[in-house]
Design a protein around this ligand. Structure first.
Ligand SMILES: [Zn+2]
Length: 275
């Protein structure tokens, strides 16, 4: 999903994130807080040079971020990081996730991930695979050899929170079974489309569990600690222009944004124009 925003708004938002992260950094220094342990799951969307899409991270910016992560040896797979009861105690690490399965994943992200041997999870919508702008089934079939797993992002990229239970069940079950049949691999991870608090709830989570998913990612900001609900995993979205604050974001300086997730849902939904 792409989101286009006027240049002034994009600039305001970019600097808003930087100031927010910088404030978090100063607060951390003031508290002399140690880096909190836990599993940080990063969310990427498009890896492309497109100044009109705040969720498109430029390939060069992406490469620098991945090199930093490769050097830190912090990256682990989602499977290793999150057990049936949430992240194991004392586990720390960074997990890479990519939403939507746009074709740039194969063209721009995969070569970097493969070269640096970084595992990742790609969440796709089976109804879009093979359509213009999205990855093909052949592309998806080649990913496991590079350490990339494929997860479901629902069948049609709809907000599950507003659907009748039967349709939620169909979106979750049919997408999983199509992916498993076409790819011949186990698919047991989901990313809720849009992923804000409005987009999943107790009914959606019940259906997610009964459809056989072991983990599910949200767009709620933050770190995953021991005993986190594996069907309500928090993530940290990386946006265009986040390069200068990337290490701060990894250290948790944008985690305070969870207050927006929880209490300012109107702002959160404006912020999460995509998912
Ligand atoms: Zn999405």
């Amino acid at each position: 999903m792409t989101a286009r925003a006027p240049a002034a708004k994009r600039l305001l938002k970019r600097w808003g994130r930087r100031i927010f992260a910088g404030s978090g950094r100063l607060l951390d220094l003031a508290r002399r807080r140690e880096t909190p342990g836990g599993v940080r799951i990063l969310t990427y969307h498009r890896i492309a040079s497109d100044s009109g899409d705040p969720f498109a991270v430029a390939p060069e910016e992406f490469r620098v971020q991945m090199e930093l992560l490769a050097e830190s040896r912090a990256v682990t797979s989602l499977d290793e990081a999150v057990g049936a009861q949430g992240p194991p105690k004392d586990v720390e690490g960074v997990v890479l996730t990519f939403d939507d399965g746009t074709v740039d994943f194969v063209e721009a992200a995969l070569p970097v991930l493969s070269h640096l041997r970084l595992p990742a999870m790609l969440y796709v919508n089976p109804s879009r695979v093979g359509t213009p702008g999205f990855v093909s089934w052949r592309d998806l079939g080649l990913l496991p050899a590079s350490g990339i797993r494929v997860g479901s992002h629902s069948l049609d990229h709809v907000s599950l929170g507003s659907l009748p239970r039967e349709e939620v069940r169909r979106q979750l079950k049919v997408s999983r079974s199509i992916l498993e049949q076409r790819l011949g691999t186990l698919v047991d991870s989901l990313a809720y489309p849009f992923g804000t608090l409005r987009d999943f709830g107790s009914v959606v989570k019940e259906e997610t569990r009964s459809a056989g998913y072991r983990t599910a990612c949200t767009a709620i900001n933050g770190l995953n600690r021991n005993a986190m609900d594996p069907l309500e995993l928090r993530r940290t979205k990386i946006e265009q222009g986040d390069g200068p604050i990337f290490s701060w974001v990894l250290a948790g300086c944008l985690d305070g944004w969870v207050l927006v997730d929880r209490y300012l849902s109107a702002l959160q939904n404006r912020y999460a124009q995509t998912g």
